[in-house]
Design a protein around this ligand. Structure first.
Ligand SMILES: [Zn+2]
Length: 556
């Protein structure tokens, strides 16, 4: 999208602009000195040479050249005497005097102009040098730096390429909306060749371009079977997740259904499906999206209630506020954080289910809010969500590898992962007794918890809390299970840069990752919808019930 591309451009040009500032300062200073040097002889003559000694060629009325060469006062006086004693030449001398005065005024104005330019360039070079130094030392863009960046972005905006020629009658593809992600390589009346755009490179942790999320609109499709072909699906982050996956589709972006003839070809690496659409326009997505506009509506609805409070934790790299909603007044601190991986939109659907339940004014929700204070972050990665990323934020950081430094890789940082930086600061300030990190899993067709048995100092108390939480979820939801999952890390082998491991160790508390499927729950398959927003929200209700069961045991 244009706005985010501009922001990325501005971020990427900071250091080079600083160098250009300093180079500009040196250039202007040099020009200033040259200008002064060039005007110095003129100034010297103006200040130290008598006016009559100017070497001024004058033409007589007879077109004979008369030169009043400066060769000494005596000679000049005698020459003046000769000249002024001859009527014809006296007239020429009068003209010469007028011409000399004109040239003197011209020389004076030239010197003034030179001095003005020299002063202007000198001041400019000083300003550029100072702002360049400030940028280097302070590490933040100076006002001039920002103006230079804005000018660069503006220049880029002017050079936007013209659109491709659209052939009427063919299928039209667009991803120009919140969370959109697709490239249309080729289209016809009944077939479309597509490609998923990769996330920015995840340097330092994953060292790859993640890619799997897609979301686009197809228009002019009613009344015939159109084949859609994503030709780079074989390069996706979880290629093994495609078999058994059915594409999500919607005619109104509210009700989503699965396209059941979706197929992945191991041979060509292509994900394809066909649809004879009931309407002229249809949207396709990897999972039912939860748009940033929906997110804003959720925030507004909750923030307007006397039962909740909106807390802004800080800003993201794209300048979006990182929002936390707090509800309840009880002593236990319960955190529910969704969408570290922005393509896992089912996580925000679950967060909405949690909030709906807390607002339902039931006896259960009142008990929950009197026993605990809930800190809910419905979308911890809004930049990645709007940009249509699978796993990363605007800088390419996989937020679930940013909760601690790993070797030389420092995390979290404001430059790379401000979302985690802000959240961890709030956690340290407020405390934590229970933490649920909500995700979606591309491969496993089930709902499950990931544990943190591999953290240093994993205690029998934490192990019992985890097992009791599993049992509470099993009791609360028939969509939850404990057979499928990731398994446990070996003792002391947990990656402490992963959120749930860091939180469990940092606060000696119950912390889990809740995973939901992109495909379906194999124990309760729904061939029409697969795993869906509605089922995610219902699982959110069940999660709250299970947390309610756990509240008395969270601290001894
Ligand atoms: Zn995830």
């Amino acid at each position: 999208m244009p706005t985010t591309e501009c922001t990325a451009l501005a971020h990427s040009q900071g250091p080079s602009l600083t160098r250009w500032q300093l180079l500009g300062a040196v250039t202007l200073a040099t020009l200033s000195i040259c200008t002064l040097a060039a005007s110095a002889p003129k100034m010297s003559r103006m200040l130290h040479t008598p006016a009559a000694s100017k070497h001024i060629p004058v033409k007589s009325t007879q077109s004979r050249p008369i030169s009043l060469a400066p060769s000494g006062t005596q000679r000049r006086s005698s020459l003046e005497h000769i000249v002024t004693s001859i009527p014809l030449v006296r007239h020429a001398h009068a003209e010469q005097q007028t011409s000399w005065e004109t040239q003197q005024r011209r020389a004076t104005s030239e010197i003034q102009a030179s001095l003005t330019w020299a002063l202007f360039m000198g001041a400019g070079s000083l300003a550029l040098a100072l702002t360049g130094m400030r940028t280097l030392w302070a590490g933040s863009p100076s006002p001039m730096h920002q103006m230079a960046m804005a000018a660069t972005v503006s220049t880029r905006d002017v050079k936007v390429a013209p659109p491709k020629e659209y052939i009427p009658g063919t299928v039209h593809i667009s991803d120009s909306f919140d969370a959109g992600n697709i490239i249309c390589e080729e289209t016809s009346v009944d077939a479309v060749r597509l490609r998923i755009k990769p996330d920015p490179y995840t340097a330092g942790t994953d060292n790859c371009h993640h890619m799997q999320w897609f979301y686009f609109r197809a228009s002019n499709v009613k009344g015939r079977k159109v084949k859609y072909d994503i030709v780079n699906a074989g390069d996706a982050s979880y290629k093994s997740a495609w078999p058994g996956y059915n594409t999500c589709a919607s005619y109104d972006r509210r009700a989503w259904f699965r396209v059941r003839d979706t197929e992945f070809s191991e041979e060509t690496g292509s994900l394809s499906w066909s649809l004879d659409a009931e309407h002229e326009t249809v949207w396709f997505a990897y999972f039912a999206p939860y748009s940033y506009e929906q997110h804003q509506e959720l925030i507004a609805r909750v923030a307007a209630s006397p039962l909740a409070r909106l807390v802004v934790l800080g800003d993201t790299l794209d300048g979006r506020p990182l929002e936390m909603l707090t509800m309840g007044t009880g002593p236990r601190k319960v955190w529910i954080v969704a969408r570290q991986h922005p393509g896992e939109s089912m996580a925000e659907w679950l967060a909405q289910g949690v909030l709906d339940k807390l607002f339902d004014d039931s006896a259960e929700s009142q008990v929950l809010m009197s026993a605990a204070t809930f800190y809910i972050i419905p979308n911890i990665n809004p930049d990645g969500s709007v940009r249509g990323h699978l796993r990363t934020n605007a800088s390419g950081a996989n937020l679930n590898r940013e909760w601690a430094s790993t070797g030389d890789y420092m995390a979290p940082t404001l430059e790379r992962s401000p979302e985690v930086y802000h959240t961890l600061r709030a956690l340290d300030a407020l405390g934590c007794d229970c933490y649920v990190d909500v995700h979606g899993d591309e491969e496993i067709a089930a709902n499950f918890f990931a544990d943190n048995a591999g953290i240093p100092g994993y205690s029998t108390r934490q192990d019992k809390l985890h097992k009791d939480f599993l049992a509470a979820m099993m009791a609360a939801s028939d969509e939850f299970q404990t057979e499928l999952g990731y398994g446990s890390d070996e003792p002391n082998m947990a990656n402490m840069a992963i959120c749930q491991n860091q939180i469990a160790a940092r606060f000696d508390c119950l912390a889990v990752t809740l995973e939901m499927p992109f495909k379906d729950n194999l124990n309760k398959p729904d061939l029409i919808h697969g795993w869906s927003p509605e089922r995610s929200m219902r699982l959110g209700h069940s999660l709250l019930s299970a947390i309610g069961t756990m509240l008395p045991a969270l601290r001894g």
